[in-house]
Design a binder for this molecule. Sequence first.
Ligand SMILES: Cc1cc2nc3c(=O)[nH]c(=O)nc-3n(C[C@H](O)[C@H](O)[C@H](O)COP(=O)(O)OP(=O)(O)OC[C@H]3O[C@@H](n4cnc5c(N)ncnc54)[C@H](O)[C@@H]3O)c2cc1C
Length: 494
Amino acid sequence: MSLLDRFRDRVGSSAATTGDPLVDDLRAALSPERVKTDGAQRSLLGKDASVFDGGSAGPICYPVSTAEVVEIMRIAQVHERAVVPRGAGTGLAGGAIPLGAPIVVAVTKMTSILEIDEANGVAWVEPGVINLDLTRQLTPLGYHFAPDPSSQQVCTIGGNVANNSGGPHCLAYGVTNSHVAAIEVVSPAGEVIMLGGLDPEPDGYDLRGVFVGSEGTLGIATKVAVRLTKNRPAVRTLLMSFASVRDAANTVSDVIAAGIVPAAMEVMDQRITEAVENYVGAGYPTDAAAVLLAEVDGPDEGIDIDADRIAEIGRGNHATMVRVAADDTERALLWKGRKTAFGAVAQIAPDYYLHDTVVPRSALADVLDEIYAIADRHDLLIMNVFHAGDGNLHPLIVFDGRDEGVLDRVHAAGGEIIEASLAAGGVLSGEHGIGVEKQKYMDRLFSDADLEHQNRLRRAFDPVCRANPGKVLPMGHSCADIQQLRSVPTGVWG
Ligand SMILES: Cc1cc2nc3c(=O)[nH]c(=O)nc-3n(C[C@H](O)[C@H](O)[C@H](O)COP(=O)(O)OP(=O)(O)OC[C@H]3O[C@@H](n4cnc5c(N)ncnc54)[C@H](O)[C@@H]3O)c2cc1C
């Protein structure tokens, strides 16, 4: 009996047939309503929030349990199809774009917070739980989930894990990797495995750490034990303005050099500040070349000493204004401005490319100068809003995709931003991941031997490149060339 016949024998074939054996099998295993094949859905899920296209979704599955994800993986195996995990689709590196018409596994119906285990300091959650929903559920108990991407109102915990996401408050608290204790994963072979554990010093290899940031290439996370972070007893939020971006960037470097690690240090240039102010009226000065939002937290004692010291360092770097948020309402408004910055640019143009590189803090000011020059060379509008404390730049190229040839200029400028960041001793991504966006630059950062070991690791989890092929590793390395995979279909899905 063939694998396919054995599978059909096991699940039964009661569902009405569609004429496509893959879809029939998926519908028999899930339910017809949770396996979509219509053009509108496939077109929508053929993209993510990046500027990269070329996606072509196969059947789209909405599982509600680990057991269903296992079934999908087994069906994928039988039909020799690739599988792409998907959360909210807010990724900015094209990680969730389906290449070669794979089965798309959207975990957005797996949204339960299964258990809040205060004794072990974790919550077990399903991967489709939205980041901010988790924090909202934890807040009354005195906890929150520390990684706070600006997309936190919509992005999922599964996506956060897969991209090792960060956020403004990850400067002091660390990115997602520091906040995940264990992950239940359905492997590309359809096995359920547990990576990591609740023991503070788990034995064996740290496969949990390997999975975090693996961008859907090692399997599908179906349950995550996230660490509970205690709510902060006291907070001070400072708003400073500067006559140059360089002064703001130098303030950031000097604060860290002084041994202070604020909870957050975010810089916005004048262009983005104006857009935000017009959008939400957060109280930012619009005449400043840059504003710096710095936040310190901790026990009441000592917090004002740090806040005063940061203000003093700002003034030493020619701050034209220093203000401390008077209360929680003002603090929330200041953060609302920062977190809605990307939405605010819709007033200027319909499209944007939000870039992500990291440079040494000491190089921030020089690289920013270079980024403005790149924009001028390509006749593009670039705004800068970034997690300055860890050198994580987010140049935001704002454009109208309907303009002839503009996308070519956007991609050319994007490439030059990467070159400038690498030349300054930086790295490819602070938090958005590699996806398809930065794949071709991986060999600039890693040697052949480095990449070969990454290749072998990926193949150990996924010998046949079932999980999210065509991403992360560059051409010539594992699972990069989807045309060479046996599972690339043609015809209606092609
Ligand atoms: C306006 C805006 C602001 C943003 N701000 C930030 C920010 O401050 N910090 C930051 O880090 N990112 C930010 N992002 C990027 C993005 O929101 C994050 O990368 C987020 O974690 C992606 O989550 P998602 O649910 O949308 O995942 P998706 O985009 O659906 O998927 C992202 C990757 O994860 C994989 N994946 C998804 N779910 C699973 C799963 N269950 N198991 C295995 N793999 C899975 C996918 O295959 C893909 O490779 C921003 C994006 C936007 C649009």
